[in-house]
Design a protein around this ligand. Structure first.
Ligand SMILES: Cc1ncc(COP(=O)(O)O)c(C=O)c1O
Length: 360
């Protein structure tokens, strides 16, 4: 690789974050959510590092197959289940556990002979995305328990707004789920990261942490560090030019930033073609050494510009950190008007990924 734009994935930090999840749910089993390429960190590497996770949750059969082909032995849950009956051959063959969220899937199970599967029945307690209504759930469960295609049923739901600790909608969702407490199922699962860290009543037999494993706070008003989480991805690039511009000169596409005085300007080898968000405003920080330095002008496809007035010692080749160690991705997401989930998932393929187990 000749371009020094890379994402360092700290697997030790990932493992540490799993132990934080365990601490919040010592009596639960943990299904690590690693869909979307492990939230952009590399799904197989993440799964291999999380050897103490009790199960993995993915979105698609293709993701699950990649894990099995890499030799991952834990149960794998298909969070979106399946759409057509022909998927069942793969589900059996790779020993996957589908989430059943629609009566159509129960009909497919009833009509397709084959070995019995462990399944999860999803209840819609208020997210209104996937799941059976609490009213319909008992009848759907009875059908599943009577279906020769089903070996066991676990009950789950998903929280819609647990990232807001002030919103009592989460409490209402938990209450709706608890109204099904007398149903006979193998196990229950409610908590995502926000549930684990902020809503102890949501912690049950299984918890399903995602974003916290990657070191990011699930809440809209805190940082991972405040929950003892460590950043897993550090995104780095390099100063490829240090130029001097005169007072009044315009910087970048659209000339959205004007030099207030004669000043040094750094150019960094990263842009939206690498997944760095184009929408961050001037003033969004990067780290140069241990100093926060503001971006100025528009982020372009391959580059962005820095105001180096406070860093006269900056040189071509210096490393720049865009987020990660020392600069929370939550802060950059906030500047870009999005969430850290999206930034982490969107780092593009031309960024080199390197995996480390160092403590630093
Ligand atoms: C069903 C389900 N459970 C758990 C999670 C993990 O959520 P989080 O990353 O907020 O912990 C997700 C992620 O979207 C999900 O879809």
């Amino acid at each position: 690789m000749t371009r020094a734009t890379r994402a360092t994935i700290n697997l030790r930090a990932l493992q540490h974050n799993l132990t934080v999840a365990r601490r919040h749910a010592p009596d639960s089993r943990l299904m690590a959510i690693i869909k979307a390429n492990g939230y952009g960190h590399g799904m197989v590497e993440v799964a291999q590092a999380l050897e103490h996770a009790d199960a993995f949750g993915v979105a698609s059969i293709d993701e699950a197959i990649s894990l099995r082909e890499a030799g991952i032995p834990q149960p794998i849950v298909l969070l979106e289940g399946f759409v057509r009956g022909d998927a069942l051959r793969l589900i059996e063959g790779y020993q996957l556990q589908p989430v059943i969220h629609h009566p159509e899937q129960i009909a497919i199970l009833e009509q397709t002979p084959g070995p019995a599967l462990d399944v999860w029945l999803k209840v819609d307690t208020g997210m209104h995305r996937l799941g059976m209504s609490p009213q319909d759930t008992p009848a759907m469960l009875t059908r599943l328990l009577n279906c020769p295609r089903v070996a066991s049923v676990r009950l789950m739901t998903h929280l819609a707004n647990a990232d807001d600790r002030e919103d009592d909608y989460t409490q209402e969702q938990i209450r709706r789920f608890e109204s099904l407490d007398d149903l006979s199922v193998t196990a229950r699962s409610v908590a995502n990261s926000a549930g684990l860290l902020g809503w102890p009543q949501s912690v049950s037999d299984w918890a399903r942490p995602g974003i916290m494993l990657y070191g990011v706070s699930p809440f809209n008003n805190s940082l991972g560090k405040q929950h003892d989480l460590r950043p897993v991805m550090t995104l780095r690039a390099q100063l490829i030019a240090v130029n001097r511009h005169q007072a009044g000169e315009l910087i970048g596409y659209g000339g959205t930033w004007r030099c207030p005085e004669a000043m040094p300007m750094g150019v960094v080898s990263i842009g939206y073609g690498d997944g760095y968000p184009r929408h961050v405003p001037s003033g969004t920080p990067v780290l140069l050494g241990d100093r926060r330095v503001p971006i100025v002008g528009r982020v372009s496809m391959d580059m962005l510009c820095l105001d180096l007035r406070e860093c006269p010692e900056a040189r071509i080749g210096d490393e720049v950190i865009l987020w990660g160690e020392g600069l929370p991705v939550e802060e950059i997401a906030d500047a870009a008007g999005t969430i850290a989930y999206e930034l982490l998932c969107k780092v593009t393929a031309r960024v080199e990924f390197e995996y480390t187990t160092s403590e630093a």
